[in-house]
Each structure stands twice: as structure tokens, then as C-alpha cells.
Design a protein around this ligand. Structure first.
Ligand SMILES: [Zn+2]
Ligand SMILES: [Zn+2]
Length: 130
């Protein structure tokens, strides 16, 4: 057995970028408002502590706004009050992003207003008779 591997490969020249501390404040782009926010060292440690795999996606404000939105929906459902909702979906026909005032059930196609009217012209005419 002759292992002829040459161990003489030089270690990559020292980088000055190497972190000395385990964590560093990280800027993350908020998916809601598109603004960079800082994922602080403390929060990163917290995440690691909780064994969370995914870094946060929203800044504090957006996270709070989202929680309030969910809370408002939950409260409305609990009180039986129907709330106007808007859900962003992609039209199954033309692919345009549109909003619908309901939560579409999975697997059911949702259409934008123009495609919907195109397929149901009688709605525009009022009377379906020709
Ligand atoms: Zn945000
Ligand atoms: Zn459409």
C-alpha cells in the first residue's frame, strides 16, 4: 500500500475575513417591506438555542404587523364578524397576480376579474338570454 499523496499543499493564505467571534450582526432583507434589518448577535444565539434552522424573514415592524393581521382575523372569526379580506393569488388563466376576497381552497383555480368575466360573460350582460 503506497499512498503517494503529497501533503505539501499549502494552506490557503490567511484571510483577514475570518470571524473571531462566533456570531456577527447580519443584515437581512425583509420580504415584506424590502428593507434591510439587522439580525443581531443576540437573536442569532437565541435561534441557535432553539435549534431554529431558518433565519427570520421579516423586520420587527413587519413581523408585528403580520401578527396583528393574523390576530385581527382570528378575533373576527371568533366574534363571527365577517371581515373583508384580500388574498393575493395568481390567476389560473393569465398568471397575473390578483387579489380575491376569500381564501381559495387548494386545487381550485382562481381567476382574475377580467378572465373571470371573460369566462362568464352573462354576468356582464345581466340577463343570460340571447
Ligand atoms: Zn419589513
Ligand atoms: Zn387572468
Amino acid at each position: 500500500m503506497s499512498e503517494s499523496e503529497i501533503p505539501g499543499i499549502e494552506a490557503a493564505s490567511e484571510t483577514t475575513l475570518t470571524d473571531t467571534s462566533e456570531f456577527d450582526d447580519k443584515p437581512i432583507l425583509c420580504i415584506d417591506c424590502g428593507v434591510n434589518f439587522i439580525w443581531t448577535v443576540g437573536e442569532q444565539a437565541f435561534f441557535r438555542d432553539k435549534k431554529l434552522q431558518n433565519p427570520p424573514k421579516r423586520c420587527k415592524e413587519c413581523k408585528q404587523a403580520k401578527n396583528e393581521r393574523l390576530a385581527a382575523i382570528a378575533a373576527a372569526q371568533a366574534s363571527g364578524v365577517r371581515q373583508r379580506i384580500e388574498v393575493a393569488v395568481n390567476c389560473a388563466k393569465c398568471g397575473e397576480t390578483t387579489t380575491v376576497p376569500f381564501y381559495p381552497s387548494q386545487g381550485r383555480p382562481v381567476y382574475c376579474r377580467s378572465c373571470f368575466l371573460e369566462m362568464n360573460p352573462s354576468i356582464l350582460n345581466g340577463n343570460g338570454a340571447t
